[in-house]
Design a protein. Structure first.
Length: 434
């Protein structure tokens, strides 16, 4: 069944779909559209030559230049959000209206972290300022905004021109835009982490204060009122009818633990950040299944029953990046090698129908942080081969692969590119710069 059908019915399966949270490179409401024939991804010049260190450096530089060029293409010093996707040919905007001008907050937060990792602070600050304006001036941080320069006090909601009906359509009024108008706690956490990285780089309190504002929203709007561990998924928005998510995501709570711990580390004003971090960490720990050696994806719609299928790659990997992650959690690496490995890389789910470029880069970073540079080198070489003619990396070399309740497509993607830069730079996004 297509994701558009899940959203239209408002079924529990639709609500579970939001567990994906961080939507990077995820084409919404597209699973009923036949993907175009996949093009061969152009390798980077150094993909097959030189030492592993040289190839990794080349990957970081090429990805960084591609992201920075998109920022620099917009003159002046105005805040800007970057479009999340290019067309399948590798350049220009995609033809599909809901994503033609979509700038997903998660993707842009990753771009900030990547640009800081490769010493492009001016470009990072322009994206960061757009995210900061969204954080402090919108009623809640949306999962997507309209790409381009931000000229008012906050980014505009995404929308598109309906050529058939000859009128402008706001994403919030369409089933295809239901995710874009939502507020996922994982995306809030990643935005806050990007802002905290800017605070770490500049010392300017405006970045810290915006991160505190986002963290406070999570505590007020997503904490379990019954005192159970963990935070709910955020706000789902179906045709301008927002409602609180009733499920909890392991990935979201990993991100939130990192966010709260960073705020505690810098003695940020306001909440008891240590207590909030423990709340998120306790939920993550409760989702660890010792028998199988991996994490459940989260909960069902009751906020308590473990969601045992499908398996999600990012959950297994990101937990390893948390400061002082229990060593026993590293058993999850054996799980992903057994259940997610495909064609020399990794798939998002245990369906194993193709390489997920973003997740393969995440795995490379995780191996680097757990001391296995050899495996990381192999994965980063594979990631480098996914580069499109426009510089962004394809989400997958396949025409289509399975994600949580939807699909990733063979389309150049900002988040995949940013994760490649982050991994090649060996930058843990959950921690200040060493």
């Amino acid at each position: 069944m297509a994701i558009i059908e899940f959203v239209a019915t408002g079924s529990d399966q639709a609500r579970r779909r939001w567990l994906a949270g961080s939507a990077a490179c995820l084409t919404l409401a597209m699973s009923s559209i036949s993907p175009a024939r996949a093009e061969a991804a152009a390798p980077t010049p150094a993909a097959g030559a030189g030492s592993p260190a040289a190839r990794i450096e080349s990957l970081a530089r090429a990805g960084c230049d591609a992201i920075a060029a998109r920022v620099d293409a917009l003159p002046g010093n105005t805040p800007v959000l970057l479009r999340s996707y290019d067309s399948r040919r590798g350049q220009g905007a995609p033809a599909l209206s809901p994503i033609r001008t979509a700038a997903f907050t998660y993707d842009n937060a990753l771009a900030v972290v990547a640009l800081l990792a490769c010493h492009r602070q001016p470009e990072a600050e322009r994206i960061g300022e757009a995210l900061r304006l969204a954080a402090v001036n919108d009623t809640r941080l949306r999962d997507a905004y309209r790409a381009g320069p931000v000229e008012g006090d906050k980014p505009l909601p995404n929308g598109w021109w309906d050529a058939r009906q000859k009128h402008w359509v706001d994403a919030a009024h369409q089933y295809a835009g239901a995710y874009q108008d939502g507020t996922s706690c994982g995306n809030i956490a990643w935005t806050a982490l990007a802002l905290l990285a800017l605070h770490d780089a500049t010392g300017e309190v405006r970045w810290r204060d915006a991160a505190v504002h986002l963290a406070d929203w999570v505590v007020v709007h997503a904490a379990d009122p019954h005192g159970a561990a963990g935070f709910y998924g955020g706000v789902e928005s179906f045709l301008l009818v927002p409602r609180q998510a009733a499920w909890k995501s392991t990935e979201h709570n990993i991100d939130l633990a990192a966010m709260f711990e960073w705020l505690q580390r810098i003695s940020a004003p306001g909440n008891d950040w240590n207590a909030q971090a423990r709340n998120a960490r306790d939920f993550v720990a409760a989702q660890w299944d010792a028998a199988s050696g991996h994490f459940w994806t989260g909960t069902e719609g009751d906020g308590a029953t473990p969601l045992r299928s499908p398996s999600a790659l990012d959950v297994q990997l990101w937990a390893q990046l948390l400061p002082e992650a229990p060593k026993t959690w590293r058993r999850a690496l054996a799980w992903v090698e057994r259940m997610h490995a495909v064609e020399g890389g990794f798939d998002f789910t245990d369906v194993r129908d193709g390489i997920w470029t973003e997740g393969t880069a995440q795995a490379a970073l995780t191996y680097r942080w757990t001391g296995d540079e050899a495996k990381a080198d192999v994965l980063l070489a594979l990631v480098a081969r996914q580069t499109s003619s426009g510089g962004f990396l394809y989400a997958t070399p396949k025409p289509r692969i399975t994600a949580l309740y939807s699909y990733y497509y063979h389309r150049p993607c900002l988040a995949a590119t940013a994760w490649a830069v982050i991994a090649a730079s060996n930058r843990n996004p959950y921690l200040p710069k060493p």
